[in-house]
Design a protein around this ligand. Structure first.
Ligand code: ARG
Length: 467
């Protein structure tokens, strides 16, 4: 049969009761081979485990199972060499591989599908694929955390402004700011680890939906594929896509974190801030404005959450209201997850490169740290400690002094003692020792605080953790 005749004929895998082949448009909407070919390695691993189990249980002869397992390796090498004849009329990766296997090994190939269905087959393939992506995300996040720790270590005691509302709040240390992202990405990493643990159950052997009358050993296939155990309910096994939803949800949180640092980089690398210089490797020039160095990678990272969260919402919407068990709606799961995973891995790698290669500008950070009356809280705290003022009153006195300095166009430490005493007569010379930014950060020694001594403890803890 020519290819054209083949697509007009009833499907060779299930065409028994069909007199006609599908409409061309039906084929276009129905076929998933264009994208689910990415599951080939998982599909072959699942089929090889299934064949070995069928033989161990006496359902297939050892010789048939051996031939099938060998034949599947031939299929694998054809796909990897790029000369596998993918056929759209065979719908998906499962039918493409099984059909080619039968072409290669003959009769035995037709026995592979005993005691299983494409419903449990796709569920196991996709789980294996998403599990690999969890592993990739976990190692990508570890690399990113290492890059942040290295930045923190280099400037553990460099002062910079800490912001709330993007308004100068209190001086903090560069190391402290970098380590904040280590905490965020560590939570993401533990979420991927957690999701991986939960998804690590094998749906293979649930068959179409009800289990099978063949004496299969689901523990054996689960073990062979690195799962902790088989899933316990066959209906749930073929209808569940929680593992993909969890992956997307965690990917979304991670992408949100990436977008937050991306935004800081965009702001910090501007001529107005100059907190960091991004390397040429992660920036682009302008075709018209020669002075420009645009933080394109950071901007794209800021945007990636758009499509990753989009994929998450898409899959939730696909799954919503689906009655048990499998429905073809669920074939729409894969492209969303593939796109989100690809963009997440790219984003993690790009951010790791950008963080490793960026240079913090210590002078600009220090200069900015002292502006904006950043030590006003230190002044108020001093009034409480030394003059025993209630904090609310100290806050008021300090506010008056800030207003005075602002009017004069100077910073807090530039006010004279006389000016200070005109607002509160109890103020002494000693107050000037707390108005410097170094003193300010050095004093914030509470656990988790910004003092270099605390930051270095956290750096040491994470370095040991990430080693
Ligand atoms: N291509 C299908 C999917 O991705 C595989 C499962 C098909 N099962 C079925 N009963 N038609 O969901």
């Amino acid at each position: 049969m020519s290819n054209e005749d083949q697509s007009k004929a009833a499907n060779q895998m299930w065409g028994g009761r069909f007199a006609e082949g599908p409409d061309a448009i039906m084929q276009a909407i129905n076929a998933s081979i264009g994208f689910d070919k990415r599951l080939y390695a998982q599909d072959i691993a699942g089929s090889r485990a299934h064949a070995a189990m069928l033989a161990a249980q006496g359902i297939l002869t050892d010789s048939d199972a051996g031939v099938i397992r060998e034949g599947l390796l031939t299929v694998l090498s054809e796909i990897e060499a790029g000369n596998f004849p993918f056929r759209v009329e065979l719908e998906d990766i499962h039918l493409n591989i099984e059909s080619r296997l039968t072409e290669i090994v003959g009769e035995a190939g037709k026995r592979l599908h005993t005691g299983r269905s494409r419903n449990d087959q796709v569920a196991v393939d996709f789980r294996l694929w998403v599990r690999d992506q969890c592993d990739a995300a976990i190692s990508g996040l570890s690399a990113l955390m290492r890059a942040f720790v290295a930045q923190a270590e280099q400037g553990a005691d460099w002062v910079m402004p800490g912001f709330t509302h993007l308004q100068t709040a209190q001086p903090v240390t560069w190391g402290h700011h970098m380590m904040a992202y280590v905490e965020m990405f560590a939570r993401d990493r533990s979420r991927f680890e957690d999701a991986r643990k939960r998804m690590n159950e094998s749906p293979l052997g649930a068959a179409a939906l009800a289990g099978t009358s063949f004496p299969i050993d689901r523990h054996m296939t689960a073990g062979a594929l690195g799962f902790d155990r088989p899933t316990a309910n066959s209906l749930d096994s073929v209808s569940d896509r929680d593992f993909a939803l969890e992956f997307l949800s965690v990917a979304s949180i991670t992408a949100m974190h990436l977008s937050r640092f991306a935004e800081e980089l965009v702001i910090w690398s501007s001529a107005q801030f100059r907190f960091v210089r991004l390397s040429d490797k992660w920036t682009t020039g302008s075709s018209i404005m020669p002075q420009k160095k645009n933080p394109d990678a950071a901007e794209l990272l800021r945007a990636k959450l758009g499509r990753i969260l989009g994929a998450t919402v898409a899959l939730f919407t696909i799954m919503k209201g689906l009655a048990l068990t499998y429905s073809k709606d669920m074939q729409e799961d894969k492209e969303q997850v593939f796109d989100a995973a690809d963009n997440l891995m790219l984003g993690l790698a790009a951010m790791t490169g950008m963080v490793s290669d960026m240079a913090a500008n210590r002078d600009s950070l220090t200069l900015a740290a002292a502006s904006g009356f950043s030590t006003a809280t230190d002044l108020a705290d001093w009034l409480v400690r030394r003059l025993n003022l209630p904090f609310r009153e100290a806050h008021h006195v300090t506010g008056t002094l800030v207003g005075m300095a602002e009017k004069a166009g100077i910073d807090l430490p530039d006010l004279s003692l006389d000016q200070m005493q005109s607002v509160h007569p109890g103020i002494t010379d000693e107050v000037f020792t707390v108005l410097g930014v170094e003193n300010s950060v050095n004093s914030r020694v509470s656990y988790g605080g910004t003092a270099p001594v605390r930051v270095r403890e956290q750096i040491a803890r994470w370095k040991a953790q990430l080693a």
